[in-house]
Design a protein around this ligand. Structure first.
Ligand code: FAD
Length: 450
C-alpha cells in the first residue's frame, strides 16, 4: 500500500497532536499521523490499577500560579480535568532511617542547605571548567551517609530549581498539581484531537488520518519529498514530515535515515541525555502510613543512592485507594526494569518494613512501567547537560530537508515537560507552515519569470 499526503506526522503524543491541530487551523487537512502504539498519548498514559486510574507517565501539571499561564493548565481547566495540589518540598522533612525513625527536621534542613550549597559549587566548577579553570571538589564533601545520599537524590533528581532557575517555575509559577481523574491526563489529548479528527459516538477515533500500530522503520528523504516505510510493509509519501519520536528513539536504531542524518544533527542528538524515571505502584489491603497535611511524600534513607528513596501516598488524589508510589530513576530504574516484578515487590517491601515495622502487609498488586525497555520511548524524558550551548538546542530542532523535528526535547525552555511537548508541536507546525509559504512564493516568482 502507498499513501500520499502533504504532511506525515510521526508520533501521536501531545506534540504530534498539537502539531496536527495547528496544521488544520491553517488549512492543511491533508496529513497522516503514524503512531507505533495502539493508542494516542505517548508518554501521557493512564492504566487501571487497584480500582483507580494511575498515571504511569506524566502525572503532574508543573508550573502553575506564576506571572504567565501554563498552557497545559489552561487546557486542563477548559476540559474540566480533576487535579489536586501537590507539594513535594515537604518530602525532606519525612526522611526515615532504616530503623523507622524520622530524622529531626532541623537536621534534615541543615543537610539540605549543605547539599544546595554543594550543588551550586559544582555548577560553578563546571562553568570554570569550560573556561579551562577547573577546581576539583573536595572528596570529603561528596554525600556518603544514607541521609546525605537521600537528600542528594531528592535535590538532584527532583528539585534542582533550588540550585538553578528552571523556566517552568520562573515563568509559570512554583505550584504543581497532580492529575487525579479517572479519564487520565490523556483526556486532554482526546479533547484536543476531537477538534480536528473524526470520532465515533463512543469516543473512539475513526479518522483514517490517524494510523495506529504503524511502526516507522525507514525514512528516505530528498530536497523535495520524504518516503516512509513501516514495519508492516506500508509506504507513505509526503512533501514534508514532522518527526516527534522521543530523544531516546532518535538515539536508538529503530528508525534508519537515507541519506543518514548530517553529523551536526546526530552530534546534537547524542549530546542530549535521557532520564529514566519510573513510578512503581503498590496496592495494599489497608493504610499503614501517616496521612494528613505534610505527609504526602516521604523518603527512605539507604546506603545505596536512589534505592526506593522517594515515596508518595495517593490519599490526597484518591482517598481510600490504599496505594503507594515509589519513584526510581536512571540506573535503579534500568535495574528494576530488567528483573521480575516479584523481586521488585520483595525489595520494596523490605524498604517499607524498615520504615514502618515488620507487620506491614504485603502489597496485593504491583505495577512496574518499563519506559527504558519500551522501544518506542527508550527513556522517560530529555535532559540537557547543565553546560549545553544554545547551538545544541538549535541543532536538535533544525529541519533536515523536508523533515521537521518536534517533541519535548526540541523545546529549549520547557524540555522534559508536557507543556514543553505541547508548545513544541505548535512551534514545529508554525515553522513548517512558514517554509511552505516561502516555497510557494518562490515557485510563483519562478513561474512568472518563465
Ligand atoms: P511522546 O509522548 O513520546 O510521543 C511520541 C510518540 O511517537 C509516541 O506515542 C511513540 O509511540 C511514537 N513513536 C516513537 N517511535 C515511533 C516510530 N518509529 N513509528 C511511529 N511512532 C513512533 N511531564 C510533566 O509535565 N509532568 C510530569 O509529571 C511528568 N512526569 C513524567 C513521568 C514519566 C514516567 C514520563 C515517562 C514522563 C513524564 N513527563 C512529565 C514528561 C512528559 O510525559 C513528556 O515530556 C511528554 O509527554 C512528551 O510528549 P511528546 O509528544 O514529545 O513525546
Amino acid at each position: 500500500c502507498t499513501t500520499r499526503s502533504s504532511v506525515i506526522i510521526i508520533g501521536a503524543g501531545i506534540s504530534g497532536i498539537s502539531a496536527a491541530k495547528v496544521l488544520v487551523e491553517n488549512g492543511i487537512e491533508d496529513f497522516i499521523i503514524l503512531e507505533a502504539m495502539d493508542r494516542i498519548g505517548g508518554r501521557i498514559r493512564k492504566e487501571d490499577f487497584g480500582g483507580i486510574s494511575v498515571e504511569t507517565g506524566a502525572g503532574w501539571i508543573a508550573g502553575v500560579g506564576g506571572k504567565e499561564s501554563n498552557p497545559v493548565w489552561e487546557l486542563a481547566n477548559q476540559s474540566g480535568l480533576n487535579t489536586c495540589f501537590s507539594d513535594y518540598s515537604n518530602a525532606r522533612y519525612n526522611i526515615y532511617d532504616q530503623n523507622g525513625k524520622i530524622y529531626p527536621s532541623g537536621l534534615a534542613a541543615e543537610f539540605y542547605n549543605k547539599a544546595v550549597k554543594l550543588a551550586i559549587e559544582e555548577l560553578k566548577n563546571q562553568e570554570a571548567k569550560l573556561c579551562g579553570n577547573f577546581t576539583l571538589l573536595e572528596p570529603s564533601l561528596a554525600p556518603k551517609t544514607p541521609i546525605e545520599l537521600a537528600i542528594d537524590f531528592i535535590l538532584h533528581d527532583f528539585e534542582m530549581a533550588e540550585v538553578e532557575p528552571i523556566s517552568t517555575y520562573t515563568d509559570f509559577g512554583e505550584r504543581e498539581f497532580l492529575v487525579a481523574d479517572k479519564r487520565g491526563y490523556e483526556f486532554l489529548l482526546y479533547k484536543m484531537a476531537q477538534t480536528f479528527l473524526r470520532f465515533a459516538p463512543e469516543d473512539k477515533i475513526i479518522d483514517s488520518r490517524l494510523q495506529l500500530n504503524k511502526v516507522v522503520k525507514e525514512i528516505k528523504y530528498s530536497g523535495n519529498d520524504v518516503t516512509v516505510r513501516t514495519e508492516d510493509g506500508c509506504k507513505y509519501v509526503a512533501d514534508h514530515m514532522i518527526l516527534s519520536a522521543s530523544i531516546g528513539v532518535l538515539k536508538s536504531d529503530l528508525i534508519t535515515f537515507q541519506p543518514p542524518l548530517p553529523k551536526w544533527k546526530t552530534e546534537a542528538i547524542m549530546k542530549c541525555d535521557v532520564i529514566v524515571y519510573t513510578k512503581i505502584f503498590l496496592k495494599f489491603p489497608y493504610k499503614f502510613w501517616p496521612c494528613g497535611p505534610g505527609t504526602e511524600f516521604f523518603i527512605y534513607a539507604h546506603e545505596r543512592r536512589g534505592y526506593y528513596t522517594f515515596w508518595q501516598h495517593m490519599e490526597n488524589a484518591y482517598p481510600g485507594s490504599n496505594i503507594l508510589v515509589v519513584t526510581l530513576t536512571n540506573e535503579e530504574s534500568k535495574r528494576v526494569e530488567a528483573q521480575a516484578d516479584d523481586k521488585t515487590l520483595e525489595e520494596a517491601m523490605g524498604a517499607l518494613r524498615d520504615m514502618f515495622g515488620p507487620n506491614v502487609p504485603v502489597a496485593e498488586q504491583i505495577l512496574v512501567p518499563r519506559w527504558w525497555e519500551n522501544r518506542f520511548q527508550r527513556g522517560s524524558y530529555s535532559n540537557y547537560p547543565v553546560l549545553s550551548t544554545r547551538k545544541d538546542f538549535v541543532d536538535i530542532k533544525a529541519p533536515v530537508g523536508p523533515i521537521f523535528f518536534s517533541g519535548e526535547h526540541t523545546n529549549e525552555k520547557f524540555n522534559g515537560y508536557v507543556h514543553g511537548a505541547y508548545l513544541a508541536g505548535i512551534d514545529t507546525s508554525n515553522a513548517l507552515l512558514e517554509d511552505m509559504r516561502r516555497k510557494k512564493v518562490r515557485n510563483q516568482a519562478r513561474s512568472l519569470h518563465f
